[in-house]
Design a protein around this ligand. Structure first.
Ligand code: SF4
Ligand code: SF4
Length: 381
């Protein structure tokens, strides 16, 4: 039996609204409505958004596609307090009210302090965010309060010891990060378990990085499917990995199409835990990844809004990964004709202002990594 966050949550698989289908710069509302309908029809009801997702468009799409079309008690909605959007205590309540309005609701089921790590934690402490969220919970405007978290198990232990009022923790958890020295998925999981906190999983497919696998890793899953007669996709194995742990109450997936959603649902509604042979295959795939030393960017895009050179940082990392893993010749084409045009800077245009590094939840040395991108793709320039 897994733990539970709220009685009215159905299932253990949630709709992450950070990578909704797009038409140009705007959310594809009709496709999103179809996805919401398919999700609800499957018997699930957990939705996760944030004001910063899709530069404000995610919350508005949630209103248009979900909250204006379904009764309030039929779905569970999670939103977040993001540190970049407030600097002092007085800013928090107006921001919260604005978020309720954007989403078209008068309470959030789950409300999380966003992307907490050792650098941002003092901001939440100094602005009395913990007390303010506790008050909102007393008033019924929040039903559960929590953290979305990106740091070590040890630091989380300190936070949960100082703030036992935290109800739930959202963590990055996937098979590649499970023993990763920086992300520490296992240690963070064990810390939540020690404090008895239910866990919400984000990035179970590592921002899509566990969908298209290197040839050697793909062969491991292909051989497994051939032996067992199953047809699980790579994403399905990654989601089922997260769903196999008892302290995990909810696994979120940021789905960008109905097709992707149906694939995810086939593995997660209901959750189908991994058997021993599947666990062994995942271990082997993890070893393949370890040998590749890829840039562990999850494509969350938190860094891009404030980049003065409008460098499409995660996309540049993705092309470098693609080139290194798949020896992908088309990567050069994308770099030159798609990713660095229309006002978007090349990797070599970085002025080293440091904005991106201050905000990256993966703590990536973006400036140094962009130099590597530049080395490979800007050579001819
Ligand atoms: S350090 Fe470079 S990539 Fe990062 S925000 Fe500044 S200009 Fe953009
Ligand atoms: S570099 Fe960091 S902040 Fe930017 S998209 Fe990647 S993981 Fe997110």
């Amino acid at each position: 039996m897994s733990v539970s966050i709220l009685d009215n949550i159905k299932g253990r698989f949630g709709f992450g609204c950070m990578r909704l289908p797009m038409q140009g710069e705007e959310v594809d509302i009709e496709e999103t409505k179809r996805m919401v309908d398919a999700f609800m029809a499957s018997g699930l009801n957990y939705f996760d958004t944030a004001h910063v997702y899709l530069s404000g468009r995610s919350e508005l799409a949630v209103k248009e596609c979900l909250t204006s079309r379904y009764p309030r008690e039929s779905y569970v909605l999670a939103d977040k307090l993001t540190s970049e959007l407030f600097s002092k205590e007085e800013d928090i309540l107006p921001l919260f009210e604005k978020q309720l309005k954007c989403c078209g609701v008068d309470y959030f089921d789950v409300y999380l302090m966003h992307a907490v790590d050792r650098h941002i934690y003092p901001q939440y402490e100094n602005t009395r965010a913990f007390e303010i969220l506790s008050d909102l919970k007393q008033q019924g405007k929040i039903r559960r309060m929590g953290l979305s978290y990106h740091d070590s198990g040890e630091f989380l232990d300190k936070i949960l010891t100082e703030h036992p009022e935290i109800d739930v923790v959202q963590i990055q958890f996937n098979y590649v990060d499970y023993e990763d020295a920086t992300v520490q998925s296992r240690l963070v999981y064990e810390t939540c378990e020690k404090h008895g906190k239910p866990i919400i999983v984000m990035e179970p497919v590592k921002g899509g990085g566990l969908v298209k696998l290197p040839e050697e890793a793909q062969k491991i899953f292909d051989d497994l499917n051939a032996r067992t007669g199953h047809t699980y996709s790579n994403a399905a194995y990654a989601l089922r990995f997260a769903g196999s742990f008892p302290q995990i109450a909810m696994v979120l997936s940021g789905m960008g199409s109905k097709e992707q959603m149906l694939d995810n649902l086939s593995a997660m509604q209901p959750v189908q835990p991994l058997d021993e042979a599947e666990k062994e295959a995942i271990q082997q795939v993890t070893e393949v990844f370890r040998g590749l030393h890829l840039i562990p960017c999850t494509a969350c895009h938190y860094c891009t809004d404030g980049c003065p050179m409008q460098i499409q940082i995660p996309d540049l990392f993705a092309v470098l990964n693609a080139k290194n893993v798949f020896h992908d010749g088309i990567a050069n084409y994308y770099y030159e004709n798609s990713l660095t045009v229309g006002g978007h800077g090349k990797a070599s245009d970085c002025i080293e202002c440091g904005h991106c590094e201050g905000i990256c939840p993966q703590h990536l040395p973006v400036i140094e990594l962009l130099k590597q991108v530049s080395e490979v793709f800007d050579k001819k320039a």
